[in-house]
Write a protein that binds this ligand. Structure first.
Ligand code: C2G
Length: 436
């Protein structure tokens, strides 16, 4: 019996996949099909997969072509599988020509002509592309634009900013073609707002009133009253108003939250988050578009505190050091939180340097996330007996912005997406961050 093995994502199974599978089957008597797991696809940069693993496995099963279906979960698994199942032939489409020659050491490698003119990407983005307008002039807007290139189904409709600021050439060119914020909204289905927090409320409100979805750099606005108004307005119109704290959308951060909720370190009694970055904020150089420390870093530092310990703290103790002559601009802020069953602290600053780590202390052990913890891709669970320590790594491409865009798109599409930052957390962030 000649055993053939092949692998794929098989997202939205189409004729190209089926032709490949039929020809693979014809190479032997027994066909093993490996379907890629979601984490494995993400680790190799395929973040747009639209169907779940089980949906994709079921689609393969229904073809009746596979004698065995397996799940591909890690780099190098193909060698393990070829040995385990004693495969005689490995085959894959010609788009991979040469990439799997190393498997010749274990079995015969056959590349089959890829079917031109059809792909899962085209099928995925056949639905109307979401036109996203950009608002703001800092470097984060450049990053967001670049990250949109990795997400199927979105396109940039234009940009609005008070000044070119730090925008790259492409965006500066687009800026010239947009006369006003209203003009940007006219040609957008959604907006990404990264302007100064003082401008957020009016910009968010106008977008929602025009039926435009919003993802906004946190804080979404500067008072909880304003936030409640915006949240209810968006909900009443069936629109998405999403808090743009990119850490919340990274796979590693979410897996860490799940492990903590699952009790890996026991009951959490303390969460300590630090975010600092030295910026030139001497009074004479204080540019108007620069956010103060509590706005720039507060939402990120507060995220793990509120996600783990909740938002019902009993009281806070706060220290802020402001810049001379600029009472609304803090060099450094520390806020401590007292809960019924625990404590937390956040330290943020653009005029102070500290260790940008996150430490979550529990009754069985603690989680340690090294600096820069907010670009979460690695964390450790540490215990009294070091041999019990566990390390976790999840690929984080592009600082996680593409995952935030994907979450935003999925929320808008009404897919089974979960809003990683519920309004209760957004509101509490604003309560802490809104005033220096
Ligand atoms: N394919 C094809 N013609 C297409 C599209 C895909 O022949 N129009 C083939 C691919 O070459 C691959 C299989 O169908 O052999 C599955 O394609 P994908 O689902 O895109 O999976 P891919 O990411 O190519 O997976 O490690 C090998 C990879 O897992 C292959």
């Amino acid at each position: 019996m000649t055993k053939v093995i092949t692998y794929g994502t098989y997202d939205f199974l189409h004729e190209g996949h089926l032709r490949l599978l039929r020809r693979a089957k014809a190479l032997g008597d027994y066909l093993i099909v490996g379907v890629t797991a979601e984490d494995f696809d993400k680790s190799r940069g395929k973040i747009n997969v639209g169907q779940s693993l089980m949906e994709r496995v079921e689609a393969i099963r229904q073809t009746g072509l596979a004698d065995k279906i397996i799940i591909e979960e890690y780099e190098g698994q193909k060698i393990d599988d070829i040995r385990r199942y004693e495969a005689d032939i490995f085959t894959v489409g010609s788009d991979w020509e040469g990439k799997f020659d190393y498997l010749n050491e274990f079995c015969k490698v056959v590349y089959l002509d890829r079917t031109e003119g059809i792909s899962s990407t085209e099928i995925r983005s056949h639905s109307q592309e979401l036109r996203i307008g950009l608002v703001g002039e800092t470097n984060i807007v450049n990053k967001f634009k670049n990250e949109c290139g990795y997400v199927n189904g979105v396109e940039i409709s234009g940009i609005y900013a008070d000044s070119p600021g730090m925008l790259d050439g492409e965006l500066k060119g687009m800026l010239e073609n947009t006369d006003s914020y209203d003009a940007l909204l006219e040609k957008s289905d959604a907006v990404y707002i990264a302007s100064n927090p003082k401008d957020h409320y009016l910009q968010v409100k106008k977008a929602i009133e025009k039926g435009i979805h919003v993802v906004c750099e946190s804080p979404i606005c500067l008072t909880t009253e304003d936030f409640n108004e915006l949240h209810h307005l968006a909900s009443s119109k069936g629109l998405v108003l999403m808090d743009g704290i990119k850490t919340a959308y990274s796979l590693a951060f979410n897996r860490m939250m799940l492990l903590i909720k699952g009790g890996i370190i026991g009951d959490v009694l303390s969460v300590d988050a630090t975010c600092t970055s030295l910026t030139d904020i001497s009074p004479q150089n204080l540019p108007s578009h620069l956010w103060n420390s509590i706005c720039a870093w507060g939402p990120t530092a507060l995220l793990p505190i509120f996600k783990i310990l909740g938002t019902d703290y009993r009281q806070t103790l706060r220290f802020s050091k402001t810049i001379q002559g600029h009472d609304d601009f803090d060099l450094f802020t520390k806020v401590s939180f007292l809960y019924d069953e625990g404590v937390a602290s956040m330290k943020v600053g653009q005029g102070v340097k500290s260790e940008g780590e996150l430490v979550i202390s529990g009754t069985k052990g603690y989680i340690y996330v090294p600096a820069p913890w907010w670009k979460t891709d690695y964390f450790e669970a540490r215990f009294e007996n070091p041999s019990d320590n566990r390390r976790f790594f999840y690929q984080l491409d592009g600082e996680g912005i593409r995952y935030m865009i994907l979450s935003f798109l999925n929320l808008i599409k009404g897919k089974k997406a979960y809003n990683q930052i519920p309004s209760s957390i957004s509101s509490k962030i604003i309560q802490i961050v809104g005033t220096v």
